[in-house]
Design a protein around this ligand. Structure first.
Ligand code: ADP
Ligand code: MG
Length: 254
């Protein structure tokens, strides 16, 4: 296997007494596509949010190119990194949410240019130029000056993907990117993600689109109740799952 880009080692996350992640370990090689599947409430979104440093973790570690994220020191000396460092580390991850989360008062171009201007310190003109170029790449060259309300759900999600790309992330995280879309708009978003896979982006994608997962993923990981139940190449895990839990899950969604 190629050098790991992102590694999760025994990641634990609790909300009060409730353990949402019970020791999750996984590895993403640079340029690989991993699809995360599993029933509602199994911890998929929590996992993405811990990677993205939107949640702190209670055990284990997350490493990007060998650097531990979110903490410094070891064992009892481990402590959270300063906010400024956490923000710098979070920039490595581009997140695409189910609900787009665009800013309604800003045009498509302004939505995409905002992060580079505010966080990376890119000049306004350069950021807008880059935004228009990225919007072209996701098939929205004609929609740059539209506001979110003037765009379809599929177009809004493509703006959200362009916004994630604008930050030049090391890893793209998608949380059910097509779940909020009408059936006829799903394909245009999946096509963009497929294109990004071809371009070599490293991606971790939570999805219920199993045909898409089979097509695009190097590895499919199934979670249940805060643990990885089974993982492997899509042809293996989707067609010949070994565990009863995975068999039941795939039978229920297909
Ligand atoms: P999935 O994305 O697989 O549907 P989630 O990661 O959203 O699952 O949630 C996993 C579990 O953690 C669920 O039982 C959920 O209710 C719980 N959970 C998630 N976020 C919080 C939170 N902020 N506070 C308390 N419980 C939470
Ligand atoms: Mg979720």
């Amino acid at each position: 296997m190629a050098e790991p880009l992102l590694e999760l080692c025994g990641v634990e996350k609790r909300f009060g007494d409730f353990a949402a992640l019970k020791g999750v370990s996984l590895t993403l090689a640079a340029g690989s596509v991993t699809c995360l599947v599993g029933p509602s409430g199994s911890g998929k979104s929590t996992l993405l949010r811990t990677v993205n440093l939107l949640e702190t973790i209670d055990g284990g570690g997350i490493y990007l190119r060998g650097e531990m994220l979110g903490f410094t020191g070891r064992g009892d000396h481990r402590r959270p990194v300063p906010k400024k460092v956490a923000r710098r580390q979070a920039v490595n991850f581009g997140m695409v949410f189910q609900s787009f989360n665009l800013i309604p008062q800003l045009t498509a171009t302004e939505n995409v240019a905002l992060g580079p201007v505010e966080v990376l310190g890119t000049g306004r003109a350069a950021a807008r130029g880059q935004a228009r170029e990225l919007l072209g790449r996701v098939g929205l060259a004609q929609r740059c000056e539209h506001y979110p309300a003037e765009l379809s759900g599929g177009q809004q999600q493509r703006v959200a993907i362009a916004r994630a790309l604008a930050m030049k992330p090391s890893v793209l995280l998608f949380d059910e990117p097509t779940s909020a879309l009408d059936a006829e708009l799903v394909a245009e978003v999946l096509a963009v993600i497929r294109e990004l896979a071809k371009e070599g982006y490293t991606m971790l994608i939570v999805t219920h689109e199993l045909a898409f997962a089979r097509d695009i993923a190097d590895e499919v990981i199934m979670m249940d109740e805060g643990r990885i139940v089974e993982s492997g190449p899509p042809a293996k895990i989707l067609l010949e799952p070994e565990t009863e839990r995975a068999k039941r899950f795939f039978a229920s969604v297909q």
